[in-house]
Design a protein around this ligand. Structure first.
Ligand SMILES: *[C@@H]1O[C@H](CO)[C@@H](O)[C@H](O)[C@H]1NC(C)=O
Ligand SMILES: *[C@@H]1O[C@H](CO)[C@@H](O)[C@H](O)[C@H]1NC(C)=O
Length: 234
């Protein structure tokens, strides 16, 4: 392209990019209002029928249709825990914006964790949330690694809390002689969960062996072994 044409194309592109957020309807204006650091409304119960998807549900349900039922979730603690008969011996039942739409925009979420003896929540991180883990039953070895690789880990028991800062790799393991249960509280209605092992060895499409060989200082044979493991398990 001729330089002048190129410049025009570039400026046009920039102009389009700048115009993108300028959506027209009242619904979309509500969505942008909801991105303001200070809310201009009491609540924003997520409208599950909305076509707008950013960080989970975003559009608010029509306020005149909001009912007390939108703020209630019955039987969470009494519900049968999720099945722990899986390779990790752990069941996680989340209550996030997807399960309870009134959590939308409130930077709150929770998840019940049930552990078999020896059950492990494998190393993972939440890109969008800090976490407080509250042990309700049993005894857990819990830890996180800070961004300069120092491990903060200890064993906590029923009644104890453990704080996990946002975005840091962490894990939990039932080291007691009975099943354990813990409640995780999140500073996000949609914290996200990236698993370290599965994210790297079970990525789809796969990460090139050469990257993982250097990344983990292991042979190609071992890389393929790990990839095979993550193909068949969670
Ligand atoms: C909200 O619901 C009320 C009552 O059904 C209706 O009159 C109003 O038009 C709705 N507002 C929007 C923005 O849809
Ligand atoms: C990680 O923890 C170690 C040990 O307490 C500390 O020296 C280091 O500064 C911490 N790194 C960060 C980024 O906080």
């Amino acid at each position: 392209m001729e330089p002048t044409l190129k410049r025009i194309a570039f400026v046009t592109l920039l102009a389009y990019a700048a115009l993108l957020p300028m959506l027209s309807s009242a619904d979309e204006l509500d969505y942008f209002k909801s991105l303001q650091p200070e809310w201009l409304q009491d609540y924003c119960v997520a409208d599950r029928t909305s076509h707008i998807w950013v960080d989970g549900h975003v559009k608010c349900k029509n306020a005149t249709h909001v009912r007390v039922a939108d703020f209630v979730y019955h039987g969470f603690l009494n519900n049968t825990p999720g099945a722990t008969n899986n390779p990790n011996g752990v069941a996680i039942v989340p209550i996030l914006v997807a399960q309870l739409p009134s959590l939308n925009g409130l930077n709150l979420g929770l998840a019940r964790h049930d552990f078999n003896i020896g059950g492990v929540v494998v190393p993972h991180l939440h890109p969008r949330a800090a976490e407080v883990l509250m042990v309700m039953q049993g005894s857990l070895y819990v830890g996180f690694v800070n961004s300069t690789n120092h491990l903060f880990a200890t064993t906590i028991t029923a009644g104890d809390l453990f704080v996990i800062p946002k975005g840091l790799i962490h894990f939990q393991m039932n080291v007691g002689t009975t099943p354990a249960m813990a409640m995780a509280l999140f500073s996000s209605q949609n914290p996200g969960m990236s698993q370290v092992g599965r994210g790297l060895f079970g990525a789809d499409p796969v990460i090139d062996d050469a990257v993982l060989m250097k990344g983990f200082k292991i042979s190609q044979h071992n890389v393929q072994f790990c990839k095979k493991n993550f193909n068949s398990t969670a």
